[in-house]
Ligand binder design. Structure first.
Ligand code: HEC
Ligand code: HEC
Length: 365
């Protein structure tokens, strides 16, 4: 006897979710993969939406009301795992709890990911939440990490359950059912209504296309447009970008710019002096756009890392040091980079004020 338990949409959902979560985890550690991470996150969001709809209006066994969701029953099931008292054609009570946990925790992972992306990075559909009100922005990333760690644990529990089931209930071939849909049991089969087929086709196609569509759209876009410093202040653009990278003003506090602009004759050993009107004009420009007036992640963190210090170099700020601590000195002294101060060797668009995570490229040496 064979019964059809997991219909095609349920199986596609399962494997697409597994794939997307894998990509999301693989792309979570590298700052320059953040756009891919977010794009896949949107795909996971659509999958969760599909699974919730499927849970209420889907076919037999996939519907939540067919799940034996009870902690008492789950404990009882685990105690009699070698000889379950009842036959569960769909999820057994322990699996049902884990699956519900995965759906709920995935939902919160996506939600908190969107919040961190919007509030911290000024990107994605919640980018409008990015504001100076949230000075302690890291908290959103931490909450996101809490949920994704929980998700990993639940996935571990799921895999352990599959392994246990494989060893203890060999004859039912449950592990094969997520490929074929069938289990070796005596139970009624699941079937799809035409409406269910339409809903599944639309939503699963959407889930498949969303990450691709998200890559180059406002879904991963930034509220920060490139800044044309040449147009905003041509003297600043020309004078301060002639010897080195044009450092965006928001990378240092006003007091640092004032101190630097008061002594251009001895500027890191060079004479960068200017006539007084130009000097004054550049100083005003720098102080009006200093870190205090920016909501950019880098500005906020540089400022808070400084406390009351007044460094002249961005590379002297604790935040800069911490962010670049992992980079080998031989890279900084290499031919392609030459100096830590040569930001644009790695931050391609820094001269337009963009230091977003995914615009960082470490030169190969
Ligand atoms: C005559 C060349 C010259 C000019 C013009 C010049 N600088 Fe510099 N600047 C230097 C040198 C040299 C360094 C040290 C770079 C290094 O450490 O590799 C430096 C370093 C800096 C740094 C610190 C970089 C770091 O390590 O974080 C800042 C900020 C800076 N300059 C701002 C300015 C500004 C603002 C202007 C325009 C008013 C300006 N510079 C004009 C030569 C120049
Ligand atoms: C040799 C390449 C290299 C140079 C030169 C370099 N950076 Fe970076 N920077 C990186 C890398 C790589 C990261 C990402 C580190 C991480 O977060 O893991 C980074 C991260 C940052 C961040 C944090 C970005 C974020 O959103 O997390 C800021 C801000 C930054 N750099 C500013 C600067 C400035 C300003 C300069 C020049 C004074 C500079 N960097 C020079 C490679 C470089």
């Amino acid at each position: 006897m064979k019964a059809y338990i997991w219909t095609l949409p349920t199986r596609i959902f399962h494997w697409l979710l597994a794939l997307y979560i894998l990509i999301a985890f693989l792309s979570s550690e590298e700052e320059n993969l953040l756009t891919i991470h977010a794009a896949v996150g949107y795909g996971i969001g659509v999958l969760v939406l599909f699974r919730l709809i499927w849970g209420f209006w889907g076919p037999r066994y996939s519907r939540f009301r067919d799940w034996p969701l009870s902690i008492k029953e789950a404990i009882d099931y685990i105690f009699h795992i070698t000889r379950p008292k009842k036959l569960y054609p769909g999820h057994n009570p322990a699996a049902a709890l884990v699956m519900m946990g995965i759906i709920v925790v995935t939902f919160f992972s996506v939600l908190t990911g969107l919040l961190a992306y919007g509030i911290q990075e000024g990107r994605g559909i919640l980018a409008f939440l990015h504001s100076p009100l949230f000075k302690e922005m890291e908290i959103f990333e931490e909450v996101h990490e809490f949920f994704t760690t929980l998700l990993l644990l639940l996935i571990g529990a799921h895999l352990a359950g599959v392994a246990l089931d494989y060893l203890l209930h060999k004859d039912q071939k449950t592990y094969l059912s997520i490929f074929t849909g069938y289990k070796n049991i005596d139970a009624p089969s699941a079937a799809l209504t035409p409406i269910q087929k339409v809903i599944a086709t639309i939503l699963l196609t959407l889930a498949l296309l969303t990450p691709i569509a998200a890559l180059n759209s406002s879904l991963t876009g930034s509220i920060y447009a490139p800044i044309e410093y040449e147009e905003e202040h041509s003297a600043f653009f020309e004078e301060c970008g002639s010897c080195h990278t044009l450092y965006p003003p928001f990378l240092l506090p006003a007091r640092s710019w004032q101190k630097m602009m008061a002594n251009l004759e001895d500027h890191f050993g060079d004479d960068a002096s200017l006539d007084e009107p130009t000097r004054k004009s550049i100083e005003n420009f720098l102080t009006q756009r200093s870190a205090e007036f920016s909501t950019k992640e880098a500005a906020v963190y540089i400022l808070s890392s400084l406390k009351s210090a007044t460094p002249l170099a961005i590379t002297e700020t604790p935040y800069w040091k911490a962010k670049h601590a992992q980079i080998d000195d031989t890279i900084f002294t290499s031919k392609k980079v030459r100096s830590k101060a040569n930001c644009k060797a790695c931050h391609t668009h820094i001269e337009k004020g963009l230091i977003e995570d995914d615009q960082i490229t470490l030169p190969k040496i």
